[in-house]
Ligand binder design. Structure first.
Ligand code: PLP
Length: 446
């Protein structure tokens, strides 16, 4: 009997014993195409020698030094590299062990910034519905996914949630994408005015939404208007690139493509590429200086922040992304994937939208293409797709979410950046077979 506490208590999981490129291998010798990189983690694939060698070398040199006393060479080098490529005036990097820790730190930093600036009445965070920022209490409070939040309601912070930018569902007839982008962004102004501008500390959003909406990119102009509104009211903009950052969408930082510079930015998943647990929060010089020139102490921290082995892995991963010119490969293979998905599922009666950027792609599953009506949640479409795809040797990331207050399903694809055209074809074939198995049956009884 296993003593591991699994996510699904009754699941009988195969045991992973190896990984090669885009493939994972279990103890029975079965191979799985890692079509979602776990959850947008394994961006370099499995068994990348450059990264494993860097991790081993760092372990041989220095495994741990507490950041209360010492910094370390890989942490300094990774911070320099990230800042050299970061958008806007991001200037400092705070290393943590994962995505939830990054967004949690961002929320606390935003709060402390206002306390240091002598405006302690600013404590309200504004976030969006249909979002996910992590599972710790602060991060979960920021998230707008009802299913994840429901049983923890009494523990959560009072966060405002506005509608996301969701062109496929919310753009009105006759409205251009730009007009819609501006209209969607104006929801932030309305909420700021509703709750009182002097009480708001920050707005948090994912540039390209991953887990809760399936690679949902913003409409043109959305983030520029968001930035203008934040500036107008003096509110901090936190961008959560835990999933969509580190090259996933075709630029090292996803927000580069929307011409927006955050005050605080969170990254994780692809930063360690699965070789080490690591995340980071980057902040502007202005935010850092408020603390440095104020109390001089960020009232936060975990034992493993700035871990030497984790930062050595991050350094090797980011160097690989840049030195191997993976960003142009991501853009190119992303187009191959999008084209293949459109060719296979473009006319599928249960596929409403195929979207995304780079190697971050999503398929929205609907019961009816014309009305865009989602499936009844009892059909558990996402869970069944996940199971069917896995049985056919494909790991992908189908999720259920809440769409305009209703249940909705989508499949998220985030394969390793090294995926080849042949492997993309296998991915699409396996997904097609899973869709036929699940949606054929579901449609018949819809
Ligand atoms: N933020 C976003 C956008 C995420 O997608 C996730 C995880 O999926 C998190 C935060 C939380 O990251 P972690 O699971 O590493 O704590």
């Amino acid at each position: 009997m296993s003593h591991v506490f699994p996510r699904h208590c009754h699941a009988q999981l195969p045991t992973a014993v190896g990984g090669e490129g885009v493939w994972l291998i279990d103890s029975e010798g079965r191979r799985y195409l890692d079509g979602s990189g776990g959850a947008a983690v394994s961006c370099l694939g499995h068994g990348d020698r450059q990264v494993t060698e860097a991790v081993k070398a760092q372990l041989d040199k220095l495994a741990f030094a507490h950041t209360g006393f010492l910094t370390s060479e890989p942490a300094e080098a990774l911070a320099d590299l990230l800042i050299a490529h970061a958008p806007g005036d991001l200037d400092r990097v705070y290393f943590v062990s994962g995505g939830s820790e990054a967004t949690e730190a961002a929320i606390k930093l935003a709060r402390q910034y206002w306390v240091e600036k002598g405006q302690p009445q600013r404590s309200r965070l504004i976030a969006r519905r249909q979002s996910y920022h992590g599972n710790t209490i602060g991060a979960l409070s920021a998230g707008g996914n009802e299913w994840r939040r429901q049983q923890f309601g009494p523990l959560l912070l009072d966060v405002s949630h506005i509608d996301p930018c969701y062109e496929y569902r919310d753009r009105q007839e006759g409205e251009t994408p730009q007009e819609y982008g501006i209209r969607a962004a104006e929801a932030l102004r309305e909420e700021i005015e509703r709750v009182g501008p002097e009480t708001v500390m920050a707005f948090i959003a994912e540039p390209v939404v991953g887990a809760t909406a399936g690679a949902l990119a913003p409409a043109p102009g959305y983030y520029q208007r968001i930035r203008e509104i934040c500036d107008e009211y003096g509110i901090l903009l936190i961008l959560d690139e835990v999933m969509c950052g580190m090259g996933r969408t075709g630029s090292l930082f996803a927000c580069e493509q929307d011409g927006v510079n955050p005050d605080i930015l969170c990254i994780a998943k692809g930063l360690g590429a699965g070789y080490q647990p690591i995340g980071a929060m980057l902040c502007s010089a202005a935010v850092y200086d408020a603390i440095a020139q104020g109390s001089g102490f960020f009232q936060h921290g975990h034992t493993y922040i700035g871990h030497p082995v984790a930062t050595a892995a991050g350094l090797a991963v980011v160097s690989a992304i840049l030195d191997r010119d993976l960003l142009s490969r991501i853009r190119q293979k992303g187009e191959v994937l999008q084209t293949a998905l459109e060719a296979r599922f473009g006319q599928h009666p249960n596929v409403g939208d195929i979207r995304g950027r780079g190697l971050f792609r999503g398929i929205e599953i609907v019961a009816d293409r014309d009305s865009k009506a989602p499936f009844d949640p009892d059909r558990k479409i996402a869970a069944r797709l996940k199971k069917a795809a896995f049985a056919k040797g494909l790991i992908c990331y189908p999720m259920s979410g809440t769409i305009d207050g209703q249940h909705g399903d989508h499949v998220l694809l985030a394969p390793p950046f090294i995926i080849t055209d042949e492997e993309i074809a296998i991915l699409v074939d396996c997904l097609d077979a899973a869709m036929q198995e699940v949606l054929g049956a579901a449609e018949a009884t819809a």
